[in-house]
Design a protein around this ligand. Structure first.
Ligand SMILES: Nc1ncnc2c1ncn2[C@@H]1O[C@H](COP(=O)(O)OP(=O)(O)OP(=O)(O)O)[C@@H](O)[C@H]1O
Ligand SMILES: [Mg+2]
Length: 502
């Protein structure tokens, strides 16, 4: 590998945005057939560097050398023509178009009468998703697909460019471990064809699974480089954060004595013929929802708060029957949900961090109709500091934050919310290692004030490390509830596989 030619050299790249030096004299080089991990905390400059490589942002200083020749890209189109493809962290899909149209946008194949060749497009699309091992609904607007499916369209779109250099900006953030493995298989095939790849991820175990080289950015500067075979998770974390981070989970409830039920759900049924489920959530506990993708965890949560279809449900909050016909009604009853698809559902990117955090709780910060601005400011600043939201100040527009920092803002909103019941769906996707530990600690602190939390996560260590009890889902049904010492990865997997084994 070390004898492969250098296909790309980024030299002395600097980039400033108003109020922030995003990149400061960065160097990075890439060889043919190499998978190069690019690591760094949220806001370290990873996406900005890759946007410069793909012609979307222009550097203030520095050069891009492709196969030794200096290039200047004024647009993504220029970069694409030079063989650079990119899977964007913020998807580049057109929501109203289907997967096929998104795949071929701007470069439709024509038949010999110069007409759009839809048949050929369909065939190529089918082949592409086939090689990814994904059963993609091809002719539905992508807006109606799950986030994971949208991610696969985004990936397929970049792959279909036949790029020599492929940038993957957090492609696995919205994928389950199983889905990620399929992508890795494909990356290995591309590698055999001498494609060079830059791979960005906050899952450090993935780096050891698919990457050869790793470079780390910290606050817009080069913070280290290593061969993956010669480094360790601890060393990478140190390079990223500049200190040791304890990846431990906060201690569980002392005594484990069950509190009184705050939320009692019975007879919840998402479809007329579907399974009927029941569960309860107790004061001060974290109840994990574990299961494979499509096992019904998110659907049940959405149905519960009236944000998704439900055939029947009986809900009691603090012992009183409640209808929960809409998310607003749920919120009024003290039940909030941090959705899985935060990009679409959570954020007002044109507004400030302050507004995005306090948007649901203006009442809490008002007295006699006046907004208590000081209290609001202090609360927002405190939670941003703890989560390490990287921004000039809380008046910054959320749209100018890095992907991970935008997610921290939505999480901050719900963490500082006066809810009795909080449902977190995949809360740490795209979040860097240091901030993850803070989010876990904040969740535990909330439970100590009596808040009850439902945690939906595809990351088993997270479920195992945080939950007081775990409801395991398989094929739309809660197959069992594990408590205390029963909460172990192997047990969870055994029960989660039950629904699919038959
Ligand atoms: N268009 C912009 N306007 C102003 N500031 C920006 C803009 N784009 C990025 N920044 C800032 O540049 C810095 C680097 O952001 P970047 O998106 O490159 O981070 P990142 O390493 O990709 O982080 P993440 O892991 O969260 O995706 C951040 O401080 C961000 O707020
Ligand atoms: Mg990014």
């Amino acid at each position: 590998m070390s004898h492969s030619p250098t296909v790309l050299a980024l030299q002395g790249i600097s980039k400033r945005f108003p109020g922030v030096q995003a990149l400061d004299d960065i160097n990075l080089s890439l060889r043919a057939g190499e998978v190069h991990a690019l690591l760094g905390e949220n806001g370290a400059g990873k996406s900005t560097l890759m946007k410069i490589l793909s012609g979307i942002e222009r550097p203030d200083q520095g050069q891009i050398l492709l196969a030794g020749r200096e290039c200047r890209f004024d647009s993504y189109r220029d970069a694409r023509a030079a063989g650079v493809g990119m899977v964007f962290q913020e998807f580049s899909l057109i929501p109203d178009l289907d997967a096929v149209d998104n795949l071929f946008l701007g470069r439709y194949p024509r038949n010999r009468w110069a007409r759009l060749d839809r048949r050929q497009m369909l065939a190529q699309a089918r082949e592409m998703f086939g090689s990814l091992g994904v059963d993609m609904p091809l002719e539905v607007p992508v807006a109606r697909l799950s986030v994971a499916m949208q991610q696969f369209v985004e990936i397929a779109k970049a792959l279909s460019l036949q790029a020599r250099i492929l940038v993957l900006d957090e492609p696995t953030a919205t994928l389950t471990p199983q889905e990620a493995r399929r992508l890795f298989g494909l990356m290995r095939r591309l590698q055999a064809q001498q494609v060079a790849m830059v791979f960005i991820s906050h899952h450090l175990d993935e780096i050891f699974e698919v990457c050869d080289q790793v470079s780390v950015l910290r606050d817009g500067r080069n913070a280290g480089h290593a061969r993956v075979a010669d480094t360790s998770v601890d060393e990478l974390v140190r390079m990223m954060v500049g200190r040791q981070v304890a990846q431990s989970y906060p201690p569980r409830q002392a005594g484990g004595d069950a509190g009184r039920p705050v939320l009692e759900v019975s007879g919840i049924q998402l479809a007329p013929e579907g399974p009927v489920n029941a569960f309860e959530l107790r004061e001060g506990e974290i109840l994990g929802f574990a299961g494979l993708v499509g096992s019904g965890r998110s659907e049940l949560a959405l149905g519960l708060i009236g944000a998704g279809p439900v055939h029947a449900k009986q809900v009691r909050i603090d012992g009183r029957p409640r209808a929960l016909r809409s998310p607003a009604e749920a919120l009024a009853c003290g039940v909030g949900l941090l959705p899985e698809n935060r990009k679409a559902q959570g954020l007002l990117t044109e507004f400030s961090i302050r507004f995005n955090i306090s948007v649901n709780q203006l009442r809490r910060f008002s007295r006699h109709g006046l907004l208590r601005r000081r209290a609001e400011t202090q609360a927002c600043e405190a939670v941003c500091r703890r989560l390490g939201v990287k921004a000039g100040n809380i008046e910054a527009r959320v749209g100018t934050l890095s992907g991970g920092n935008q997610q921290k803002v939505v999480i901050a909103r719900w963490l500082s919310q006066a809810c009795k019941v909080l449902i977190f769906d995949e809360p740490t996707r795209g979040i860097d290692v240091g901030a993850k530990a803070e989010i876990y600690a904040l969740m535990r602190e909330l439970t100590q004030t009596g808040v009850a939390i439902i945690l939906i996560s595809s990351e088993l260590p997270e479920i195992v490390g945080l939950s007081d009890r775990v409801a395991v889902f398989a094929a739309g049904r809660i197959v069992c509830t594990l408590v205390g010492p029963e909460i172990q990865a192997t047990e969870l997997l055994r029960h989660a596989a039950r629904g699919t084994a038959t």
